[in-house]
Write a protein that binds this ligand. Sequence first.
Ligand code: HEC
Length: 266
Amino acid sequence: MRIRDCVFFLCLILTQTLCFASELSSEALDNADYISGKTTFQQRCSACHTLAENSANLVGPNLWHIFDQTIGKVTGFSYSEGMKESELIWTPDLMANFLQDPQKLFPDTRMFIPEPVPANFMTDLVAFVMFETDAADKPKVEKPQPSQLVNSELPLSDRFPSFWNHLMTNTTHYRLVAAEGELEFDAYFNTNGSVGTSLKGVQGFWHVNEKDMFCYALYGLPTLIQEFVECFPVAAMAIPRFARELWRSEPQQGLKLYGGILPGRP
Ligand code: HEC
């Protein structure tokens, strides 16, 4: 019996899940739905990962050229031991298995997702990541022209309902750290584009631009820095999460901003 056949039988004998848990045929990847993959990525991955060449590492590493590359080797990113030591190479199937249950593949991984990627979104998601990261054998999915994306006509509340409900009904908590001290306060984003806060005289406004970046400005702050502006992708807020500190940024030199979402409003 040749080695390949041995491996095949071993797989059958072991468990099906180990070897055949997820098989994405190249035909299925070629015919994947770009929009569905993009939406899934925006809702479930983009808060922590960028895809484009030379983009930043966020909470998770940048994924440019991730396929056919050894796991855990993106420069400048500090991985858990399991990923750092791994010698496996990313394939579409391995990624699909990983996204079903990251901790099963790498027990110590620091990638925590609120729920596994549902099986019916997996092919579209993996094909989208391959397409956008210029995988060697890139799927031939059809990328629609911007003009075909008519849903940008719809109001934000319909296009991003979970983002909308999350931000407009809950409290955003801030901790600003500047050279002269710290300032903590709550902000309330309103559906009419205004922002109120728990501090007297501090207020602001928000706006979503044509690239679906959510930008807001706050002014009247009683610190050296009296105002700041910040933008992030709307989709990054698509899966509601609550914590005092969920993101960290530096809207201006010398100003560190810690933001989080608390349930409800006073
Ligand atoms: C909450 C943040 C977070 C989310 C959401 C998230 N990841 Fe990750 N991801 C990480 C972190 C952190 C690591 C590094 C894990 C480690 O070191 O153990 C990682 C690692 C990875 C890796 C391995 C990269 C490498 O260099 O080998 C891939 C691939 C990956 N994520 C894909 C995804 C995809 C696709 C999604 C969406 C379904 C996703 N991640 C969602 C944080 C996240």
